[in-house]
Design a protein around this ligand. Structure first.
Ligand code: THU
Length: 139
């Protein structure tokens, strides 16, 4: 993936972050997924008064893509931090989101965890979820 493409994906995640619905934690996360078709889908975290019903930004973005007919994600950018401020740290994805990435990305999925367009860390899913469980285990 070219540097320009990475910056575009991070920019989309930062914009989505502004739409986070976070009345309980005040922690705003944005995500942007690049799919096999070349389209970008964005998502933010959506909280709930019943805390367990909260959806993370990464899953919002991936589920939006899948519900539009996409099945394979090539890359995902994530940015998170306290509301109203630039991300102070790298917001690595939670375990449930890593498992959802495993379903729709595969081990070659690129994960960009960004503080800004110019300051990010890049991983493969295999690095963040080694020995993962997938559909092939059920055959
Ligand atoms: N959150 C995400 O959106 N993604 C993650 O990978 C970790 C956590 C959200 C959920 C909740 O709204 C807030 O961050 C605090 O946990």
């Amino acid at each position: 993936m070219k540097e320009e493409g990475k910056k575009e994906l991070i920019k989309a995640a930062l914009t989505a972050r502004e739409r986070a619905y976070i009345p309980y934690s005040g922690y705003a996360v944005g995500a942007a997924v690049l799919t096999e078709s070349g389209r970008i889908y964005t998502g933010c975290n959506v909280e709930n008064a019943s805390y367990g019903a909260t959806n993370c930004a990464e899953r919002t973005a991936i589920f939006k893509a899948v519900s539009e007919g996409e099945r394979k994600c090539m890359a995902i950018a994530i940015a998170g931090g306290k509301k109203g401020k630039a991300p102070a740290d790298y917001a690595h994805p939670c375990g449930i989101c890593r498992q959802v990435m495993r379903e729709f990305g595969g081990e070659d999925l690129r994960i960009l965890v960004a503080r800004s367009e110019d300051d990010y860390r890049e991983y493969t899913l295999k690095e963040l979820l080694p020995y993962g469980f997938g559909g092939e285990n059920l055959l």
